[in-house]
Design a protein around this ligand. Structure first.
Ligand code: MSP
Length: 512
């Protein structure tokens, strides 16, 4: 089955920070999980390269906009591999193939009667690239998101008849109550719709850095339409020799809360106008905060994903962000918080559980995992977990899914303490107890290794590198989601496991 997931495409006039990385990691968890389920996944990310801010920065720096984006886009493209993001394509909106698709689709919207020429006058935030409605204007005509003064814009534009989609959008929200997650964001979008939709600019006049309007070459398309259309244009050329437009649309979009209106109102309306299906789901994340304020370039409080990963590794940073910040809410992050989760949850809870379990098989059974049944009490603890986690991820319950798995990490740690395999090993040396204690030890070891293996499968979307290492050591590298059930793994020889989350990484300044 085709499955598509996207991140927002990033503005290139800043350097990537952990706030950008967050959407990419969430989308990557979904992409990896769906590959484990056997779906034919297309995971898309990229850069949003047009618009006035880019043209302005280029002018300040004395380069052409194309030169500027060519210089900056690779920084975002490089973020993917560093995060272990498994995106299948990286789209750049200055790509001619994207521009051709934008022109074709928006011409179709015009042919379908949803476009007209008119005069625009109103307030505009250049940083949001957004024309603000009355309800979106802060005190003294400022942008509530950026705090800067809005500019008064007056121009002859092409308009998109958004108002005509009020009823269809209300219907969409009624028919599919969970198409925007979490519910608070869905309600926010719905309130905006029911408050009354006004038509919006489709084009901008007098700007040259953008996709030309084919029927009026004095204009370029308003950058948000150009940007949103990446999600469908990329399907035409993102996989060599194939057109994924049929098999991989609609997609699941992962976005931040500041771009809710564009994705849950403008975008589905435009798709309807073009005769295309609306997105499958929009998953809306909150903001990463540093000392209580949104992490952003303009606030100068950004955490650098490259530095954090150099010290702790990609798995740790992925895990930390998704565990620390409940998806859908704002959450504070810090290097101290990363260190703490690394030590407590990754090194102690998970890493230790894995290395102890394997080490005990090596110590007590010469590295051969006994071929006995797993302890039914622990099999029960894992029963149905794979399906439950899959359903949570499908519903956009990203944080509860990880918590459900982590509950089992904690359960297995308790199991080790309860069963005390070291005491069983000692008892097994006593001829009178050898048979019973030996059999019990076999079961405990097999249960632990099976549990750890299943956790490796389940945690793979969050911790791709360490779970691969673990599963290879266990001689069970298969990532298929069915493997999340206990008892699926092999027995016999198991390998050595290097420390998954070495403690020396947490020494300040220590590189990976
Ligand atoms: N170019 C537009 C998106 C177009 S999508 C068709 C854009 N770009 S952006 O680079 O400014 O932001 C990209 C994403 O990063 C947004 O979803 C935004 O919410 C997210 N984040 C930027 N800073 C963030 C945090 N501090 N925390 C979490 N996400 C934040 O908007």
């Amino acid at each position: 089955m085709g499955y598509s997931v996207t991140t927002p495409i990033f503005y290139v006039n800043a350097a990537p920070h952990l706030g950008h990385a967050y959407s990419t990691i969430v989308a990557d968890v979904l992409a990896r999980h769906h590959r484990q389920r056997g779906d034919d996944v297309f995971f898309l990310t990229g850069t949003d390269e047009h618009g006035e801010p880019v043209a302005n920065v280029a002018a300040e720096q004395g380069v052409t906009p194309q030169e500027l984006v060519d210089r900056n886009a690779p920084k975002f493209e490089a973020m993917g591999p560093v995060l272990e993001a498994s995106n299948d394509f990286f789209i750049r909106t200055s790509d001619d193939r994207h521009k051709a698709a934008v022109q074709e689709i928006l011409s179709r919207v015009k042919d379908n009667g949803h476009v007209y020429e008119g005069d625009y006058e109103g307030w505009y935030c250049p940083k949001c690239a957004d024309f603000k409605t009355e309800s979106e204007i802060g005190e003294n005509n400022t942008c509530p998101i950026h705090g800067i003064e809005l500019t008064r814009e007056k121009e002859r534009n092409w308009f998109f008849r958004l108002s005509a989609f009020q009823q269809p959008l209300e219907q969409l929200f009624a028919d599919r109550p969970d198409w925007v997650v979490p519910a608070a964001r869905r309600n926010e979008a719905l309130t905006f719709i029911t408050g009354g939709l006004q038509d919006v600019s489709l084009s901008r006049n007098g700007i040259t850095w953008g996709v030309p309007v084919p029927w009026d070459l004095e204009h370029v398309f308003y950058v948000w339409w150009d940007a949103l259309l990446n999600y469908v244009s990329a399907l035409r050329f993102g996989r060599e020799g194939e057109d994924l437009s049929q098999s991989h649309w609609p997609a699941v979009h992962v976005i931040g809360k500041d771009i809710l209106k564009f994705h849950t109102i403008y975008w589905p309306a435009l798709l309807m106008a073009a005769g295309l299906e609306v997105p499958k789901k929009v998953l809306v994340g909150g903001f990463l905060l540093v000392d209580g304020a949104k992490m952003s370039k303009s606030k100068g409080n950004v955490l650098d994903p490259f530095a954090a990963i150099e010290q702790y590794g990609a798995d740790a940073v992925r895990f930390y962000l998704l565990r620390e910040v409940s998806f859908g809410q704002d959450g504070s992050v810090s290097m101290e918080g990363l260190k703490l989760r690394y030590e407590t949850e990754l090194a102690n809870d998970f890493g230790n559980l894995a290395s102890r379990s394997i080490a005990m098989v090596r110590r007590y059974r010469e590295g051969r995992l006994p071929d006995v049944a797993v302890d039914p009490r622990i099999a029960d603890v894992f029963a149905g977990l794979g399906d439950a986690v899959a359903a949570q991820l499908d519903d956009g319950q990203i944080s509860p899914a990880l918590e459900a798995i982590w509950e089992r990490v904690r359960r297995l740690n308790r199991y080790v303490e309860e069963q005390a395999p070291w005491a069983l090993a000692k008892a097994a040396k006593d001829p009178e107890q050898a048979e019973v204690a030996g059999a019990q030890l076999d079961q405990v070891l097999r249960t632990l290794v099976e549990g750890v293996r299943a956790l490796g499968v389940l945690l793979h979307p969050w911790l791709p590198l360490s779970t691969n290492q673990l599963l290879v050591a266990l001689g069970a590298p298969d990532l298929a989601w069915e493997g999340s059930e206990l008892g699926r793994g092999t027995t016999g020889e198991i390998g050595e496991l290097p420390q998954l989350f070495p403690k020396d990484r947490t020494v300040d300044g220590a590189a990976a």
